[in-house]
Design a protein around this ligand. Structure first.
Ligand code: HEM
Length: 155
């Protein structure tokens, strides 16, 4: 196995380490896809009349995207990420702590997605379209910072 350091190989994962990391990054892609997709659905859903056929169709689409993509991907990213953290004993590394803070914030953002989806399904249109579009940018910015932290490790 090329250019894997002693630490990466000697942890409890051994030769499984690169496979676990590959699976982690794969589910990160699925999670990010869901975090970018569902708030965009909310922007389009906002334009529909509560109770209309189109409103019900968006409620159905959003619910499926949350239960089939968002929640499973988030849970798998967390489980594989924590396994990697224990394997590498990353707890004392600044880049990892900063990453963890951002990932906890992204998990909170997913909580907002679930709550806002419920209020939309209840016929409310609480936020301005412009605010919703700004909210939509948050996961992309967070993902860019997280990837820099984990690959560049600035501290
Ligand atoms: C949910 C909690 C998460 C935890 C506990 C976690 C933890 C980790 C750990 C310990 C590694 C291994 C680093 C290494 O092998 O040197 C890793 C790799 C990686 N993580 Fe996460 N991660 C999480 C979420 C995320 C998220 C949300 C993203 C992106 C948005 C992400 C992107 C990456 C990338 C790109 C790598 C590969 C880095 C490399 O090959 O050097 N992770 N993660």
């Amino acid at each position: 196995m090329t250019d894997l350091t002693g630490l990466q190989l000697t942890g409890f994962l051994g030769a499984a380490y690169p496979w676990v990391k590959a699976a982690h990054v794969t589910f990160v892609i699925f999670w990010m896809a869901g975090l970018l997709l569902v708030p965009r659905f909310y922007v389009y859903h906002h334009a529909t009349t509560p109770g209309s056929a189109e409103d019900r169709a968006w409620i159905e689409r959003e619910d499926r995207a949350r239960t089939i993509i968002l929640t499973p991907a988030m849970l798998i990213v967390w489980v594989l990420g924590l396994i990697l953290a224990f394997h590498l004993d990353a707890w004392s590394q600044g880049w990892f702590i900063a990453k963890l803070v951002l990932v906890v914030a992204l998990t909170g953002y997913q909580g907002w997605i679930a709550a806002y989806g419920k209020s939309l399904a209840g016929g409310k249109r609480a936020l301005e379209d412009r605010t919703l579009r700004i909210m939509n940018e948050i996961p992309g910015i967070a993902a860019a910072v997280i990837v820099v932290l984990v690959i560049v490790r600035p501290f």
